[in-house]
Structure formats: structure tokens, C-alpha cells
Ligand binder design. Structure first.
Ligand code: ADE
Length: 225
């Protein structure tokens, strides 16, 4: 899979891809992530990429021309399955969306800034709009990093234990059951006996019950879907 990210703040997208699982996935060539600075696609002085909004009002708007130039130059080299705009008024990200995006070959992610982008970008260049939640970030970069993390960890070969993404919270619309590790007892707090019983069918049953119990208590909305 190849992910191209378009941003006015490329520095903000460095560290997520230089550590942990994401770095390993890139090093193993399971994914390519390319970050493009929008300012490299403007002819204007001071590398201007934004301007005041027509009709007045506070806040700058990213202009269509550099965005169009950047997306067009990427499209000349390959076909893209989705061109995603990160925005708080997009569809809220969930595991189902990440699962389906992880099956694609090439995607572009455009990060918004300031008051957003010229509406004509959204009308003509963007195929999908995604929000990471009902709150406003300073820009789309942290949202793009979250989106990339959720996608990349699902790619085959990225997680050591191939089953571990399948048992994640939200897969099957269930929250994950509680987990424990050593010691078996800490300050009087004991690990449930069943987990140290060695009875694997019973352990599996217990985990399933716990997952359902936790989902009913915390996220009953997931069970209605
Ligand atoms: N840009 C600003 N806020 C955002 C959000 N909640 N999700 C995605 N992109 C954003």
C-alpha cells in the first residue's frame, strides 16, 4: 500500500512514522508513506498557499491551485483509490472504515488547516471526508496520523501475531475482554482463576462473556449496529 499525505506542516507528520509499529512496517516495505509540503506547489511569493475568504470573516482558507497541482502531479504517476480530506465535518472514523481502507492500493490524505480548504477542492478533487471525532484539531495532520496508524497496523505482516488485530476491540462490534499478566497476585489483587486453569475452551468462553459484558456496560450502541 502507498499513502501520500499533503500538508502545510510536514514536520508534524515526522515522528509518528519514525517509531514503533509504523516505522517497522515502512522498513519492511509493507507500506510507503510520502509526505508532501503544499508550499512546494505554489508559484506565489512567500510560498503562499492560503488567502482570505470571499464574503469576509475571520480565518484563512487553503487555495485550490496548489492542492490541484499537487494532486494532479501524484495522479500522473499512479491511479488513486481514494483522495481523503481530514475535516471535523467528515464521516466519523471507525474500525469498519479503517478495515476497508486497509484493502486499498494507493490513497491520498489531504490535511486541512486554518478555516479549511476552498469548497471547490472538496467538490471536485476529494472522494471521501473523514473526521477522527467530534472535536476540532488545529489541523488535519494529527487526524491523518491517527488514520494511518489504524490502517497500517491492519496490513498483512505488520503485526507479529497475525491474529492480534482480529481480537482488537471493535472487531466484531465488541470491546476486548480484560487482560492480565504476572504476577498472579499483587497487593492482594488476584488474576481470575479461570485464566490460570489451563482449560482453554473455558478460557475462550470466559473471554467472550467478558467482551459481551463490557460492551453492554460501556458501549451498548455497538450491539445495536
Ligand atoms: N481537522 C480538524 N479537526 C479534525 C477532526 N476532528 N478530524 C479530522 N480532521 C480534523
Amino acid at each position: 500500500m502507498r499513502i501520500d499525505i499533503i500538508t502545510v506542516l510536514p514536520e508534524l507528520l515526522k515522528s509518528p512514522f519514525e517509531a514503533s509499529i509504523l516505522k517497522r512496517a515502512i522498513d519492511k516495505k509493507l507500506v510507503e508513506v510520502h509526505v508532501h509540503n503544499l508550499r512546494d506547489y505554489t508559484d506565489k511569493s512567500y510560498n503562499q498557499v492560503d488567502d482570505y475568504q470571499f464574503g469576509g470573516g475571520a480565518g484563512m482558507v487553503l487555495m485550490i491551485e496548489p492542492i490541484d497541482k499537487c494532486i494532479s502531479s501524484l495522479k500522473r504517476d499512479r491511479k488513486y483509490d481514494e483522495i481523503i480530506y481530514m475535516t471535523p465535518d467528515g464521516d466519523t472514523l471507525n474500525q469498519k472504515t479503517s478495515n476497508s481502507l486497509s484493502l486499498l492500493k494507493n490513497i491520498i490524505i489531504l490535511c486541512g488547516h486554518y478555516k479549511g480548504v476552498d469548497q471547490r477542492v472538496r467538490d471536485t478533487l476529494i472522494t471521501r471526508e473523514i473526521s477522527i471525532g467530534d472535536y476540532v484539531l488545529s489541523g488535519g495532520e494529527l487526524g491523518a496520523a491517527v488514520l494511518c496508524d489504524t490502517i497500517i497496523r491492519l496490513l498483512p505482516g505488520v503485526l507479529n501475531d497475525e491474529t492480534s488485530a482480529l481480537t482488537d476491540t471493535f472487531q466484531d462490534n465488541l470491546l476486548a475482554p480484560p487482560v492480565y499478566t504476572r504476577p498472579r497476585e499483587y497487593k492482594g489483587l488476584k488474576v481470575p482463576d479461570i485464566l490460570v486453569s489451563g482449560n482453554f475452551p473455558e478460557i475462550e468462553k470466559w473471554r467472550e462473556e467478558q467482551a459481551i459484558k463490557r460492551t453492554i456496560e460501556r458501549r451498548p450502541d455497538l450491539l445495536e449496529e
